[in-house]
Design a protein around this ligand. Structure first.
Ligand code: NBY
Length: 803
């Protein structure tokens, strides 16, 4: 938008008086932040209603991205950037004696997600608005986001994350758009006499779903889409309501949108979680239908105007819910309703880990959602009947929805939608060939791949301004919306000056991060060291342990040979463990205890440091990623569906140290073998081991001297404070089979780390690798990813940028 600095300053002062009746001098950062937020909203208002108006007038097909999680991060700078007024506002504020960065810190980081899946949804809505795709997010307005992590004596402690405490400046409560969601009670069907059945409900609990809308601002294109998050409230009561029963009901109802489930891998078969899922699904689908019907196009054309995307199986109840509305409220017959539903729905799978596959006990659904259970059972019955004619019984039994008294949500999602995609090429192949192979036999054409992506605007333009400016000077700024333009940087691969400038940018970022570590943790780290980063949820399959065992091996090496020729390293971890995931928490404690040991050992000086940042999340990622030299992507091959920190780190010039897992495979294809450091088992080797059962972790402990020493350290008192954890972890590796092949990959990993050490010593070689990584990262922009969803799955137009 056009905004002069002078106009901005006037607007800002005016808004401050209007909202707070304050002059600039009396105001503090909090008031200034809210003032700026309100001002941005006022700037956005016109384009927001224009965008909605245009979508209606042009009759454009709308996409609704249903996700239990949107891990947005702070929005202030992102909104300013996308409006095209970041620099104007920064300068204007500075004239007024205000530091924009100080206001940034006031905004709480809304942690409405666990990890990759939630952050992907956030990158997607940014990219969809930027790519001019008429697409909106639909989710839950949790009162409490993902817990705040504290370390107490090295143990993870969880604290509530009350992000709404001071209000959320970006949202608008839309009371007029509230809808009612029904739970419990009984339902029976009666013939209407007009050829359809009418459901009657008795004793149902009614919950009011109130939407809070936030603007999703496209980058410099005047498009403003909507993120709609639902909050659960008590419906208006009549005068006969008993006060205490009201209070009781209120607590029960409000608990639905109270808190995000803090587990990123193990679904919890809890009633409240099922309530959450149906709550936002029903509210969202009802509101879509209400909006659609205003256009008077006839319900039979729904799939031409609406696409509903299901982010993992958590919103899979969209399928029976849409069926319910089409059957019970629109009085469609089953076949037409089913046809429409399939054509409307599409589904993304994010994991192959069986423990993360949702399965709901049928009685639980029966009690909570009596009408929905009827519909699910009917979908299942017809599936078995109709497919039974075409395929053999075993195949149909293994793919049906209802089995062993449970509803298998992934099965419902596949059967009820026209598209299922994996999130990286390797992952999609594993789905087709292994995990979902029976479905692939039945519906080969539903399967497709959409490799994940990240928004370069947040993860480079905003998070790494020094790099942004360097790139702009070298190749211009078209990469903001045409990220593969970054490839033009390759022209500078032999240009010493550019490589030195790149090194200088990295050094600056490392100094900045080192200052942060010193201030927040009281720990000094040396910016000349290699900053080696592993940031992601803590999970056994991601193998933070492999990293830790290697750190211990370096520590012992330095103890025994203080003269050993190692380039100084700072190992940086950031990770939250699910509160109920004991093993992950033991690993956190062990890492913290090893950090204590190494960081305070005077023999080590600054050759080795271990930093475990507390409360890792989007805001910390934005600080760490620009300072990273090495990107640890070391999951056991086949386990990480895609990964997205791999893409963010690469985009910021870190060199990837990786197994051939998830999107690492595609990163290698784009940077070439020489610009990535690979190690470890391949997917087929892992499957081979599963098949023939010949992996014996104990042998590696017995035969590998280095490993033997390192593993013994877990149980011989070498690591003070973590004795119990050391034993448990030792046992998991040596006695109980080492499920994720940590010991098997250890040597290869250590050798890869030595290659990193050697490569880093030649600054020009290293910077050339960094440059090629940056230059090759454009293809992993979520702009391209969503453009592919738009054309290949949703059948909607987008502003497609050349790849
Ligand atoms: O989704 C992640 C994958 O592990 C990662 O490889 C991929 O890049 C990313 C985006 O596709 N999965 C993930 O983050 N999953 C969750 O956060 C999650 C959350 C809740 C539940 C399961 C998984 N749950 O069952 O409640």
């Amino acid at each position: 938008m056009d905004l002069s600095k002078r106009k901005f300053k006037e607007d800002f002062k005016k808004m401050l008086t209007e909202v707070y009746s304050m002059g600039l001098k009396e105001s503090e950062a909090t008031e200034q932040f809210f003032t700026l937020g309100n001002l941005i909203r006022s700037y956005v208002a016109k384009n927001w209603s224009r965008t909605n108006q245009a979508y209606i007038e042009k009759g454009k097909k709308q996409v609704y991205y249903f996700s239990m999680e949107f891990l947005l991060g702070r929005m202030l700078k992102s909104n300013l950037l996308n409006l095209g007024i970041l620099e104007t506002v920064r300068d204007g504020l500075s004239d007024l004696g205000i530091d924009l960065e100080a206001l940034v810190q006031i905004e709480p980081d809304p942690g409405l997600g666990n990890g990759g899946l939630g952050r992907l949804a956030a990158c997607f809505i940014d990219s969809m608005a930027t790519s001019e795709i008429p697409a909106h997010g639909n989710g839950i307005r949790y009162k409490y986001g993902l817990f705040k992590q504290k370390f107490v004596n090295g143990y993870q402690v969880e604290l509530p994350e009350n992000w709404l405490q001071n209000g959320n400046v970006w949202e608008t409560r839309k009371m007029h758009a509230a809808v009612t969601v029904r739970f419990y009670g009984h339902v029976w069907l009666e013939h209407s006499g007009k050829g359809y059945l009418v459901p009657h409900y008795e004793d149902a609990q009614e919950v009011l779903a109130v939407p809070y809308d936030s603007a999703v601002i496209g980058f410099n294109n005047e498009i403003v889409n909507t993120l709609r998050l639902w909050s659960a409230e008590v419906p208006p009561q009549d005068e006969s309501t008993d006060y205490w029963s009201f209070i009781h009901q209120r607590n029960e109802i409000e608990s639905i949108s109270e808190v995000l489930y803090p587990d990123d891998s193990n679904y919890e078969g809890r009633l409240l979680r099922l309530k959450q899922e149906y709550f936002f699904v029903s509210a969202g689908v009802q509101s879509i239908i209400r909006h659609y019907k205003k256009m008077h196009l006839g319900i039979e054309h729904l799939a031409e105007k609406v696409a509903i995307h299901i982010n993992d199986t958590h919103p899979a109840l969209c399928i029976p819910e849409l069926m319910r509305i089409l059957l019970d409220e629109e009085h469609m017959d089953w076949e037409h309703a089913w046809h429409l539903t399939i054509n409307t729905m599409s589904y993304t799978n994010h994991t192959i880990m069986t423990e993360a596959m949702e399965k709901w006990p049928i009685e639980m659904i029966q009690t909570l959602l009596p009408r929905i259970v009827q519909i699910i059972c009917e979908i299942d019955r017809r599936y078995v009947m109709e497919m039974g004619r075409l395929f053999d019984t075993d195949l149909i039994q293994s793919t049906r929805i209802v089995e062993g008294g449970h509803v298998r949500m992934a099965h419902m999602a596949i059967i009820g939608s026209h598209s299922i995609n994996g999130v990286a090429q390797l992952h999609t192949n594993i789905l087709k060939e292994k995990v979902l192979h029976p479905f692939y036999l039945i519906y080969p054409s539903k399967f497709n791949n959409k490799t994940n992506g990240i928004t370069q605007r947040r993860w480079l333009m905003l998070a790494n301004e020094p790099l942004r400016h360097l790139i702009d000077r070298k190749i211009g700024n078209e990469w903001a919306t045409m990220p593969t333009e970054l490839k033009m940087l390759k022209a500078f691969r032999e240009d010493k000056r550019t490589l030195q400038e790149l090194a200088e940018v990295k050094r600056q970022n490392k100094v900045r991060f080192a200052r942060f570590v010193e201030e927040s943790m009281g720990l000094e780290i040396n910016p000349e060291a290699i900053f080696d980063v592993q940031i992601k949820r803590l999970h056994a399959y991601k193998r933070q342990l492999l990293n830790l065992l290697h750190i211990l091996s370096l520590y012992f090496k330095l103890k025994e040979h203080p003269e050993a020729d190692l380039h100084p390293r700072v190992f940086i971890f950031g990770a939250k463990a699910a509160p109920s995931y004991t093993y992950a928490k033991q690993i956190i404690k062990l890492i913290n205890s090893v950090a204590e040991l190494i960081n305070h050992d005077p023999d080590i000086h600054d050759k080795l440091k271990l930093v475990f940042v507390e409360n890792y999340g989007v805001s910390l990622a934005e600080r760490i990623i620009p300072a990273a030299d090495v990107s640890e992507q070391i999951s056991l091959a086949s386990k990480e569906a895609s990964g997205t920190s791999n893409m963010k780190l690469m985009l910021n010039g870190a060199v990837t140290l990786a197994t051939l897992d998830g999107a690492n495979v595609e990163i290698r294809e784009h940077v070439g073998e020489d610009n990535i450091v690979l190690f470890g088992l391949r997917t087929d080797e892992v499957y081979h081991y599963y098949k023939d059962g010949t992996y014996h972790a104990h042998d590696y402990y017995e035969k590998n001297q280095v490993l033997h020493r390192v593993l013994n350290a877990l149980i011989d008192g070498t690591i003070p404070g973590a004795e119990a954890e050391g034993y448990a972890i030792f046992d998991s590796l040596v006695r109980y089979g080492d499920e994720y092949f940590v010991l098997r990959d250890f040597d290869d990993y250590a050798a890869a780390q030595e290659r990193i050490d050697r490569l880093y010593r030649d600054s020009l070689i290293w910077q050339k690798m960094a440059l090629i990584n940056i230059a090759s990262a454009g293809i992993f922009s979520s702009d391209y990813t969503v453009q592919q969803y738009a054309s290949q799955i949703w059948d909607v137009s987008s502003k497609v940028h050349r790849i």
